[in-house]
Design a protein around this ligand. Structure first.
Ligand code: GDP
Length: 294
């Protein structure tokens, strides 16, 4: 994850090696390298420009202490700016209601079903009573996949296979949850390969009627700038509460993680780093920045 970006940033800081102080000239060279590294990592051009302009201003505005080298100073500034770019503070999901509903949205293949299982598993380990609900009525395999995951993590899965009305299924799932003392209902929905009107209407209808305390948008980070554009479209229609970045274990350039918060102004709440049920992490912007800086 972010290996290339880390290497390139390290190289950028090296341009300051042996320099006794911060000057317009040496900062300009380093900042140019940082901007190039971010763009190569698929960060949105505008975002990369804004963040590196801030880095330059901050660097030039600070006195270098004798004990801190220009390289160290710039590393610290970049750390702060990357953290802020990714949202600053971690933001928890909202779990409210009886039962609380967590609605999972996103394109087909983004990792919604896998993530639904992971989240259920994480909540179950906190001793919460969770019900998974299969609302991807177009792909029988998706319902089966959720049932298999449910069995694996020992969480009940609610599904109906005799009709194709996701809203009816979800409402029945809520009634089932109430009757069986389940406190959180995770609703896995149908995605398409690309954004289409039918999918958007279906997911907005589910949101309107189920009144979820948390609506999450799941996106494959390997899709780079497309991830950011899809997030924008979903957010305009759905006004979701948080983003889940999946497949960060792959050979991803990571640009989505670095630009999504700025572009849609919604926090990244989880990252997914593999197919196993344990491969889920709560997103901490500061930890991620530190990881990028190596
Ligand atoms: P959905 O169509 O959005 O429900 O997507 P799925 O949950 O079925 O995931 C699509 C594929 O991506 C499956 O083969 C998953 O095993 C895989 N997948 C999901 N999350 C991750 C992840 O974080 N890392 C990797 N490497 N694969 C993942």
């Amino acid at each position: 994850m972010f290996d290339n970006l880390s290497v390139k940033l390290e190289r950028a800081f090296k341009t300051l090696k042996g320099q006794g102080s911060i000057t317009e000239v040496n900062v300009a060279t380093t900042v140019k390298e940082i901007r190039k590294a971010l763009i190569d990592a698929d960060v949105n051009y505008k975002v990369a420009k804004e963040v590196t302009d801030t880095i330059r201003q901050k660097a030039l505005g600070q006195q270098v202490l004798v004990s801190v080298s220009p390289g160290q100073l710039l590393t610290k500034i970049v750390d702060e700016e990357l953290t802020s770019l990714m949202g600053g503070e971690k933001v928890d999901i909202d779990i409210k209601g009886d039962p609380a509903v967590i609605l999972i949205s996103g394109l087909q293949g983004s990792g919604k079903t896998t993530f639904s299982g992971k989240l259920a598993n994480m909540l179950k380990k906190q001793n919460r009573q969770v019900l998974l609900t299969a609302c991807d009525v177009y792909r029988p395999a998706a319902i089966e996949q959720l049932k298999v995951l449910g069995e694996q993590i020992d969480v009940e899965v609610y599904a109906e296979t005799d009709h194709r009305d996701p809203l009816k299924i979800a409402k029945n799932a809520l009634a089932h949850a109430k009757a069986h003392n389940k406190k959180i209902v995770i609703v896995d929905t149908a995605g398409r390969l690309a954004v289409d009107e039918e999918m958007m209407q279906e997911i907005t209808l589910l949101k309107e009627h189920l009144n979820p305390s948390e609506t999450l948008f799941v996106v494959d980070s390997m899709t780079g700038q497309d991830a950011v554009n899809t997030a924008k479209t979903f957010n305009e229609r759905l006004n979701f509460d948080g983003v889940v970045l999946t497949k960060l274990d792959g050979d991803t350039r990571g640009g989505a993680a670095l630009s999504i918060k700025t572009v849609v102004n919604k926090p990244i709440k989880f990252i997914s780093t593999g197919e196993k049920m344990e491969a889920i992490d709560i997103f901490h912007p500061d930890r991620m920045a530190r990881r990028i800086l190596g």
